[in-house]
Design a protein around this ligand. Sequence first.
Ligand code: ADP
Length: 280
Amino acid sequence: MKTAVKVRGLTKRYGDVQAVGGIDLDIDAGEVFAILGPNGAGKSTTVEILEGFRTRDAGEVSVLGLDPDRPTREWRSRIGVVLQTANDMTEATVRETVRHFASYYPVSNDPDQVIEQVGLTDKADKRIRQLSGGQRRRLDVALGVIGNPELLFLDEPTTGFDPEARRQFWDLIRHLADQGTTIVLTTHYLDEVEALANRVTVVAKGRVVAEGEPATLGGRANAKARVSWSDEGERKTLETDTPTRAVLELTRRFDGEVPELTVTRPTLEEMYLQLIEAPA
Ligand code: ADP
């Protein structure tokens, strides 16, 4: 497995604020990697350092084999960054804008194909100011992928989307991932992580507090199960490592069906809240 991003001991301070306090990351080529954390956790600072837009105080960083502090043109053309660039070109049409950005790259994707991928074909001749917020964001993604990047950074991509636009956007990300693009996604949406990410790292107060697959994050899969049922109209709940045995005992006690039985493990959200609230 090739490594796309490797980070060791990354730190960044703004005056008195330790924005990033020693982060390690290993992102494999071809995966969708999420950086999850509350506002102010240091996600954007980290990603901007990886993109070469911000300098670091200390640590080792390698992105597609190069230190982003010493970027080359060739390296830059292999990386896609989704910025809110389209906002200053509001009189241009979608197609004009995508073609214009394509001309920056030695080898680019086909503009009309990219417009199709982001679901803007029927808006291709519309001016940017005529697009909705979600459509503009999709245009931003089109501009991020027009250079056919190996590695795509998406910083809180679906903030402000309605549910349908989010689903469409997720399909687009899956499509890019299927084509082999490595995707680094920062988000504070847990459902987005569950829907898209192969792996997730949880950042709080500038540090990694957990890392793993969304399904097993923080020992979620092995956490105590909660068995709950109704007993003469009263809700009963039991936390146990052996839910199967508990249900078997309940089955015996009720001599068959257990009223309103549920067996659950902590949700990703519960796990996440525990992780970010734990004392450093
Ligand atoms: P996130 O993306 O997780 O919300 P950020 O990386 O934006 O976190 O911010 C981490 C911390 O650094 C916050 O406390 C934020 O206020 C501070 N910070 C970010 N950018 C700057 C800056 N340019 N100057 C001063 N402080 C900053």
